[in-house]
Design a protein around this ligand. Structure first.
Ligand code: TRP
Length: 431
């Protein structure tokens, strides 16, 4: 059953597996706590998350946090990439430190793009558009291959990742090139590096992604746990104690933790139980343990958080993919070409005008409606009206397409003007 939900352009059923099987939480649970939610949040385009509470807590209390994403410069940036860019920008507006990686190592190793092409595509397709969409100076924009901190961290993380684990996640086999594997670890290093001491140390970091990217997030969270010196957990029946385990931790560090928390010191761990347990909470212990870990040269990474958005449907149905040019609208498409692609897109219309008037259209199956929902109409009331007029059979597809094509043309025209201005500001981003 498809429910009549103006925000439900894509059925959430398709995604419910993610909640059950992979432990992604629904975004609905925390939406109410967000002060000025992004359009994607309000409209349930962002539907899931992992440990986003920590990021939200930092937003609400004015503590440091970061948002990061990476783009592989293998082709044109399209509306799907725009979603991620907007999510980064929103987090910057909430006070976050934003990082934008150009995954040129990945594009070179996996897609065979020359370094020169990687530079050009990275700058022209991704960086300039992200700035035109509203990314402000202060954001850290970098090419992976330029950045020793990330490369060094990826080497370090590589010690904790083995071939079986990587092949289970990425489908690597005996024929996979070593540099392909290296570029997978570079992605994990991208994700964790905002927490290095060079960037102010451990903090919540959110990675906004499409739901297909969850395996990378899980890998990276796993690596963060493995590379950390300590693991802090509630344990025992009914969580009767907090355990701080540190297998390879220096004895002095464990002693310091026992002393400060009032816990009992064992060979490789400290247990904090009653009555001391009543006076401390998990977060407080975590934060102290992190300080000690930093002092003794550990990373003390907070496991990275993520948000998951629905995919954009391709304009001809199926997935929006950069390898099928009719399926997407690129941010550098000419306004008239973008408008034309809209006119050719598949709608949720009925077979005839009579049927349309009688039964109404099916906006939840319609690429055109999705463009309005995701990108072209900011005002929720206006969007609800488009939805209702469609399901009531008042509007017909031809008119709706024309209207959407015009909005798309205008958006692209405006975006291109902003891109010209963005090119003037590259120096402010250290580029
Ligand atoms: N692998 C991603 C892609 O294929 C790009 C990427 C590199 C990335 N580093 C990242 C994505 C860090 C999110 C976070 O597009």
């Amino acid at each position: 059953m498809t429910t009549l939900d103006p925000w439900g352009a894509v059925k959430i059923d398709n995604y419910s597996k993610l909640f059950d099987e992979f432990g992604i939480s629904t975004f609905d649970d925390i939406l109410g706590k967000i002060k000025n939610p992004h359009r994607y949040m309000r409209r349930h385009v962002i539907f899931g998350h992992r440990s986003y509470e920590s990021v939200l807590g930092a937003i609400l209390s004015g503590k440091p946090f970061a948002a990061l994403s990476g783009f592989m410069p293998s082709g044109k940036a399209h509306l799907g990439h725009k979603m991620v860019m907007e999510e980064l920008i929103w987090h910057q507006q909430q006070g976050g430190d934003v990082f934008l990686a150009i995954a040129d190592m990945e594009a070179h190793a996996v897609r065979g793009k020359s370094w020169k092409e990687c530079r050009e595509l990275g700058l022209n397709e991704y960086i300039i558009s992200a700035i035109a969409l509203g990314l402000e100076p202060g954001a850290h924009i970098y090419f992976q291959s330029d950045f020793n901190l990330v490369k060094d961290l990826s080497f370090e993380l590589g010690i904790r990742a083995n071939f079986s684990e990587l092949s289970a996640i990425y489908g690597f086999s005996g024929g996979t090139s070593v540099s392909h594997m290296v570029s997978a670890l570079a992605q994990s290093a991208d994700i964790l590096h905002p927490q290095l001491k060079e960037f102010g140390g451990p903090k919540p970091v959110v990675i906004p992604v499409g739901s297909d990217q969850d395996p990378h997030i899980r890998l990276t969270r796993g690596l963060a746990y493995k590379i950390n010196m300590f693991l802090v957990e509630k344990r025992g029946t009914e969580n009767r104690f907090i355990s701080v385990r540190g297998k390879a931790a220096p004895r002095e560090a464990l002693k310091e933790i026992a002393k400060h928390t009032g816990g009992k010191l064992y060979g490789e761990h400290v247990d904090i139980s009653k009555p001391r347990l009543e006076e401390v909470d998990l977060e407080e212990v975590e934060s102290f343990v992190r300080k000690v870990e930093m002092k003794y040269g550990g990373y003390a990474f907070v496991p990275p958080s993520s948000t998951y958005h629905k995919f954009m449907t391709g304009l001809q149905g199926g997935k929006m993919s950069s390898s099928i040019s009719e399926s997407y609208i690129a941010l550098t498409d000419k306004p008239e070409d973008g408008a034309k692609k809209v006119m050719r897109a598949i709608t949720g219309g009925r077979i005839s005008v009579e049927e349309q008037n009688k039964f109404g259209g099916e906006p939840y199956k319609c690429c055109i409606y999705e463009l309005l929902l995701y990108h072209l109409i900011e005002d929720d009331n206006e969007l609800v009206k488009v939805y209702k007029d469609c399901t009531d059979g008042i509007s017909i597809c031809g008119d709706c397409k024309k209207f959407t094509a015009e909005l798309m043309g205008n958006f692209l025209k405006d975006h291109h003007e902003k891109r010209e201005l963005a090119k003037e500001t590259l120096k402010e981003f250290g580029l």
